[in-house]
Write a protein that binds this ligand. Sequence first.
Ligand SMILES: C[S@@+](CC[C@H](N)C(=O)[O-])C[C@H]1O[C@@H](n2cnc3c(N)ncnc32)[C@H](O)[C@@H]1O
Length: 298
Amino acid sequence: MDIKALREERAKWMNWKNIAPMRKALEALPVLDTTVGLGPTVTLQSKDSSPDMQQLEAAAKMMMPWRKGPFELFGLFIDTEWKSDIKYDLLRPYFDLKGKRVADIGCNNGYYLFRMQEDDPALLVGFDPSALYKTQFDLIDRFAKTKIVYELFGVEHLPFYEEKFDTIFCLGVLYHRSDPVAMLKSLYKGLDKQGEVILDTFMIDGEDEICLTPAGSYSKIPNIYFVPTVKALKNWCLRAGFKGFEVLEIMATTAHEQRKTAWMEGQSLEDFLDPDDSSKTVEGYPAPKRIYVKLIKE
Ligand SMILES: C[S@@+](CC[C@H](N)C(=O)[O-])C[C@H]1O[C@@H](n2cnc3c(N)ncnc32)[C@H](O)[C@@H]1O
């Protein structure tokens, strides 16, 4: 696969008729001298002059829905659907990125990548084949001016990428893939020797090596293919070639972490669960619960 040609091809996505007006609004914003705060809220503060806040808010609103965050842009708080700081803080004790080549596959608008700068990694690359989320990233990065590389690629392109990585994050992507073992193999191939993957996915309870295969949607999400038990997930990872499989955390998603906000007006977790029994989805499946694992290449 010619990754350079794919990059050039996908750059044209920015001209799509739904994306082009956002790009225009983004490019009309001033480039300011900015300080970036990397706490639970990724915060931009002006060193001298501030942007026109109406213009900034209008540009950010055009880019809705904002799912991952939160961000604060010169006092404008983007209250995203997900409080992604909860996942980041949960995983924080399990990685040290100093001097490492790091990828976040399925990085959305780059929230975790912005936060990972705190470790001073050698390289930070995000993959996400979404023109909208790349545009949200570019809005923040217009001011933050980071060295993060955002690629409009999917996990399936990782084996062909110019770089190999020491640590790959792949969070909230596996259940969207119709061939999860193939996806895990792509992650394996994206690693350098002794590399590691930090991954999360939905799981079901049980001692058997089985998985739930939703008939249509799961938790109203249409593209969820397989929801494994811990043992089934381990088997997938070993079959993909990984030598190490370590369970880091298991946690149910709560309405504190995922909820409707002014920046994401569609349905959210509260609409996805059975109103009479929050241990079940509206389809009658077990409510979303996530497993966080670390996979070791060799
Ligand atoms: C459920 S979100 C997870 C976002 C983030 N990683 C997190 O855990 O909060 C799934 C993300 O995967 C992205 N995505 C879609 N197709 C993909 C693919 N083929 N490879 C990698 N990511 C993909 C979506 O655009 C979306 O940002």
